[in-house]
Write a protein that binds this ligand. Structure first.
Ligand SMILES: Cc1cc2nc3c(=O)[nH]c(=O)nc-3n(C[C@H](O)[C@H](O)[C@H](O)COP(=O)(O)O)c2cc1C
Length: 476
């Protein structure tokens, strides 16, 4: 593939619209990736519903190069949100995932590639919010702990309400191997359901990120059947990626999402993350690596989009990490494509990130909830000029009030407060936009957070979407 720098002077649209070939030979039609976003539809886990199909059809029509699903949990008792999709033993599971894949693939004459994000939330899974297990049933992780969301009384209250018990530490090597196998089975399942690939969620403080972090996994144990030169901390990820490679076709895309930093003291830092990326690349088991950052304690991935990284004028929080790392990596298709996600919300910024090789692909999250056709409508639309091709920078009506009431940092007092609550307020509002698209209603940028809570969450998802799925779940 030609180096994009050769194409200066810049035609931003041409840069973003250029195709790319992944190491497994599969072509991506342009550089825009709809980032993984939990859809917030329905309750209680389970396979995709008709609202998911409607939503993904819209993304399928939108001109994206790749669409990545919201996190699909490998264990229906361990959810990240009560709405998560799961790989459940329910008999309709395979056919529902097949329907979703065909909705995307048949949505337009140039459909995106579709990746399933396979996930386990680890010790961050709440029993009281998700109601997928009894409140006293612990989450699992490489250590026994409870996420720390803030100092002070408010933090203590949130932590104990959301995680009534500390997580159960998985000490048994066999249990780790079984978890690894579930990720591999998830990938095999996705291929069978007609998806183009998987993304293994190893970021945001979820189970695989906890395994990588020196804070939550200070003394990892070696796992069986891993080559000697693989660092012990990477054994689980190696087993998963090798298992997927051995059990799927070459064309099946293998991606991973990892943190460039946990942004907490003692957690994964940037130099450790850089070493991890270099190891991952050396195994030649991956087509795509997505870089993100943060955990529930410090949810950098959900930062206000106006945030700037300390050492970069770009609005992407993680660009300084990829920019310094990428010179050591081979260009795709000789090495995996790097996706940078977070705050890349205008055409010129996206184009300059590609030209400066901060990334090979750009992930977009929140704005894709307000316009699923973002590429064709705005970013790649020559009728929309550069100044107008800006899709971020909006506020959420009512969010400052909610942040004050629920103890999150606000614009006027950005220090202190429970950051996870602030991230949750933004995430839920965006999920409610996705619920609207799923119901066939237009997203509403002016929707007040409190109104959305009542209408979208309580009425449509809990009252209408809940009892049916609970019944299905408890019936097994
Ligand atoms: C509604 C919503 C749901 C999300 N769910 C997931 C998820 O399931 N998996 C994941 O890796 N990231 C998830 N994220 C994070 C996004 O993938 C992305 O990293 C983040 O929104 C930053 O990108 P942006 O600035 O373009 O929004 C979610 C974000 C939002 C807004």
């Amino acid at each position: 593939m030609a180096d994009l720098k050769a194409s200066r002077p810049v035609d931003a649209i041409a840069v973003i619209n250029s195709s790319l070939t992944l190491p497994n030979g599969v072509g991506v039609q342009n550089r825009l990736v709809k980032a993984a976003m939990a859809e917030g539809i329905g309750l209680g886990g389970g396979p995709p519903r008709k609202e998911h199909i409607n939503l993904y059809k819209r993304w399928g029509e939108g001109g994206w190069g790749i669409v990545i699903s919201g996190n699909v949990q490998i264990d229906c008792r361990h959810l990240a949100s009560p709405h998560d999709l799961t790989l459940s033993p329910h008999p309709d599971t395979l056919s529902a995932y097949i329907k979703l894949a065909s909705a995307v693939h048949n949505a337009s004459s140039s459909p995106p590639l579709l990746l399933m994000q396979i996930s386990h939330p680890g010790l961050q899974s709440s029993s009281t919010i998700n109601l997928s297990r009894f409140p006293w049933e612990a989450a699992v992780g490489p250590c026994s702990a409870r996420p720390s969301v803030s100092e002070g009384l408010m933090g203590w209250i949130w932590e104990h309400a959301v995680w009534p018990t500390k997580s159960r530490q998985i000490e048994n090597v066999k249990e780790w191997v079984e978890i690894g196998n579930k990720f591999v089975e998830g990938a095999v399942f996705a291929e069978k359901a007609g998806w183009d690939g998987v993304q293994i969620h190893s970021a945001h403080g979820y189970l695989l990120a906890e395994y990588l972090s020196p804070l939550t996994n200070p003394k990892p144990k070696p796992l069986p059947d891993v080559p000697r030169d693989v660092p012990i901390r990477l054994h689980l990820l190696y087993l998963i990626l090798k298992g997927i490679q051995d059990n799927t076709e070459k064309r099946f895309i293998k991606a991973v999402k990892i943190n460039c930093s946990d942004f907490v003291e003692g957690g994964l830092d940037e130099s450790q993350a850089a070493d991890i990326v270099k190891s991952l690349v050396s195994w030649k088991l991956l087509d795509i690596i997505e870089v993100s950052g943060g955990t529930y304690s410090q949810p950098a991935f959900a930062s206000p989009e106006t945030l700037k990284s300390p050492s970069s004028s770009r609005q992407s929080l993680f660009a300084h990490f990829t920019t310094s790392l990428i010179p050591f990596l081979s260009l795709p298709p000789n090495g995996p494509a790097i996706i940078l996600t977070g705050g890349l919300h205008d055409r010129s910024l996206i184009a300059s990130s590609l030209l400066d090789r901060a990334c090979d692909l750009v992930g977009m999250g929140r704005p894709a909830c307000l316009d699923p056709h973002l590429p064709t409508n705005i970013i790649l639309n020559r009728d929309v000029d550069e100044m107008e091709a800006v899709v971020g920078g909006y506020g959420i009506p009512g969010s400052e009030l909610m942040k004050t009431m629920l103890g999150a940092p606000t614009q006027s007092s950005s220090k202190g407060g429970v950051r996870l609550v602030g991230a949750g307020i933004s995430t839920t509002w965006h999920e409610w936009q996705l619920c609207r698209i799923g119901r066939g209603v237009k997203p509403d940028k002016s929707m007040h957070w409190l109104k959305a809570l009542v209408v979208e969450e309580v009425w449509f998802e809990v009252l209408k979407g809940g009892p049916m799925s609970w019944w299905r779940y408890w019936k097994g």
